[in-house]
Design a protein around this ligand. Sequence first.
Ligand code: NAP
Ligand code: 1JT
Length: 253
Amino acid sequence: MLKDKIGMIFGVANKRSIAWACAAACAEHGAKQAFTYQGERLKENVEKLAGELPDSLVVPCDVTNQADVDAAFDAVKERYGRLDYLIHSIAFAPKEALEGEFVTTTREAFRTALEISAFSLTQVSLAAAPLMTEGGSIVTMTYYGAEKVVSNYNVMGVAKAALEASTRYLAADLGKQNIRVNAISAGPINTLSARGVKNMGTLLGYVGEKSPLKRNVTASEVGNTALFLVSDLASGITGENIHVDCGYNIMGI
Ligand code: NAP
Ligand code: 1JT
C-alpha cells in the first residue's frame, strides 16, 4: 500500500510510543522512513528501533530549535529527495501543569505547552510542503481533552484544541498542493508520556468500562489508522479528526 513512499516520523521515544506503532504499520506496507528524536538521551533507543526497518534515517530534532527542524528536513531531502507523508506525534507540558486546577496555569507552562504541542505542527508542515512534490499526507495525534474538560489534562487540553484548529487551517492552505492534513484523536494509552500522569490507571479503567467496545484502544489500532490516512485510500479526507478510542467520545449519560 505504501511501496516507494517516503515518510518522516516525529515522536518516537521508545517501542511503546504511538509514533512507533504508526511507523511499524507503515513499514509493513513498504514505506521507507526518517525518524527524529529529541536529545541525546533518546538517540540510542530510536537508532535501535529504526535499525529494525529497511532504509531508515535517524536525525535529531527538538522542535523548539528552528535550526534543528531545518537540518532534519535537509537530511531527508538529501537522503530521499522528497517526502510523501509526515506523522507528528509530539507533545509536552511541565508536570505541575497536569495536576490541580487549570486556572493556576502559568504563562511559562502555557507558552511551552502550546509551542511544543500545537505550533510545532505548523512549523513542520511549512518545512515539509516543498518536499511533498507529488502531494502528501500529514497526520497529528490529539486527545478528547481538547473537546471536553478532562480533570488534570488542563493546559494540554487547550494545546490540543489549538492543534485541532491548526489541522483545519493547514488543510485549507495546503489542499491546493494536494497535501492532506488530519488528526487522530486517540483514547488513553499507557505510553512514556501517559506514565508521568497521576491516576492514569484509574482513567484507563474508567474509559475501558464506559466505551462501547468495553476496552481501551491499542497503539497498533492508532498505527493502522495512521497507515490508512497516509495511504491513497484516504485521498478524499482532509481537515478531519478521526476518533480511535473504542467509541468513548460518542457516549452521553
Ligand atoms: P511518547 O512516547 O512519550 O511520545 C511523545 C514524544 O514527544 C516523545 O518522543 C517526546 O520526546 C516528544 N517531544 C516532547 N517534546 C519535544 C520537543 N521539544 N521536540 C521534539 N519532540 C518532543 O508518548 P505518546 O503517548 O506516544 O504521545 C504521542 C502523541 O500522542 C502526543 O501528541 C500525545 O499528546 C498524543 N496522545 C497520546 C495519548 C495517550 O494516552 N498516550 C492519547 C491521545 C493522544 P522526549 O521523550 O524526549 O520528550
Ligand atoms: C502529554 C502527557 C501529552 C500525557 C498525554 C499527552 N497526551 C495524552 N496524554 C495522556 C493523558 C494525560 C492526562 C490525562 C489523560 C491522558 C504528559 C507529558 C506532557 C505531554 O488526564 C486525565 C493528564
